[in-house]
Design a protein around this ligand. Sequence first.
Ligand SMILES: Cc1ncc(COP(=O)(O)O)c(C=O)c1O
Length: 432
Amino acid sequence: MAQVIERVQELLDPAEMIPRVIGRYSPLHIDHGEGVYVWDVNGERYADFTSGIAVVNTGHCHPRVVAAIQEQAARIIHAQANILAHSPMMRAAKLLTETTAPNLNQVFWTNSGAEATEGAIKLAKIATGRPAIIAFRHGFHGRTHAAMAVTSSRVKVRGHYEPLIPSVYFAPFPYVFRSPYKGAPEDADLYYFAELEMLFDQMVMPDDVAGLLVETIVGEGGYLVPTKRWMQMVRELCDKHGIMLILDEVQSGMGRTGKMWAYEHFDIVPDIMTAAKGLASGMPAAAVVSDRAHMDKWAPGSHGGTYGGNAVATAAAAATLEVMRDEALPENAATMGAILMEGLREIQADYPVIGDVRGLGLMVATEFVHPDGSPNPDAVKQVVAEAFEEKTLLITCGTYDQAIRIVPPLVVNEGQIREFLEVFRRAVASVG
Ligand SMILES: Cc1ncc(COP(=O)(O)O)c(C=O)c1O
């Protein structure tokens, strides 16, 4: 305790040191974490149902990941990939490609989701020799310039930063809960697919399109799950026109949805996949994964970076992939996700302020509505604040912050899920 108090006295005011562009959800100054929980510098414990934005899928500071980081840090930290090969990078690539479809067999390592987006776009352009990219409304792919250009989850991500890269064409993503389509709900996906196809009649020649980039499950934009039929039609459209299907699995991958990769739910395989977030349990590692035949078209030196494949980060990735496999975390996500979803639907039945409960596995969101059905970010704010009072961390998503993400670490157990549901019910009840 004396140690904790000493540390509190040492604290610097974040407002002095950190620019306000880093907006924060909570005033917490954190000390350490373990599994589903984090402790602040005052020794207070919080249940982390954000997973640091869907990152610590193996739980905070999983002992095997910590050991791998410590061991590697003492061996070599920086073995620059253009100069040296090293085991963690290759072992992590092997473990990663053991989880993916056979055509996703080579890994370009990078540091963040945005950089993976950049790499995937560049690879699609090089592999096809074409200039254009199709992306989807509500999508989020990162904050660098190309990533902003394919992002439309909310205007503040890209507004005032123009010019962005050109030749990006947007189609609407099937957000069926809020759709201009008023026909039979089971046909909504056909409407959205027709909108996508219309791009080729109105905006861009298909043989100018290098890649079609889509989040398998839309994350920041609202946790939107497409139908299997829509995904399969998109895959077929890409095949028909020689367009590379690029699936962004940065948020939906690494077991989050109850399968290792969300694309497995749809019986399709992408040509290029991006991964980050959960990939290294919080160390900065990200990946562009594709077939060697495509990767071979990327001439040496035509893409790269100083830190990609960092030895400590990829040691953490390798340990993370092993933990994911050995502890069957995707399976746990499916089981716990079903309990979570059922509990949330019960709360929804009692409180019409929850308009929609959606998701797959432990990638789940609840959307809040006014009585007229319009987005209700005020209710979201209150529920997040009430949950915080009960020492539970939550984050929002959606263009208007109209939804709350529920994304605990995949090591979460049933008792913790049920405890969370009680907290959430009380928080929703406070809104009425
Ligand atoms: C689907 C998706 N793609 C890309 C990114 C960008 O990742 P990063 O923040 O690591 O650049 C994110 C981040 O939230 C994401 O959710």
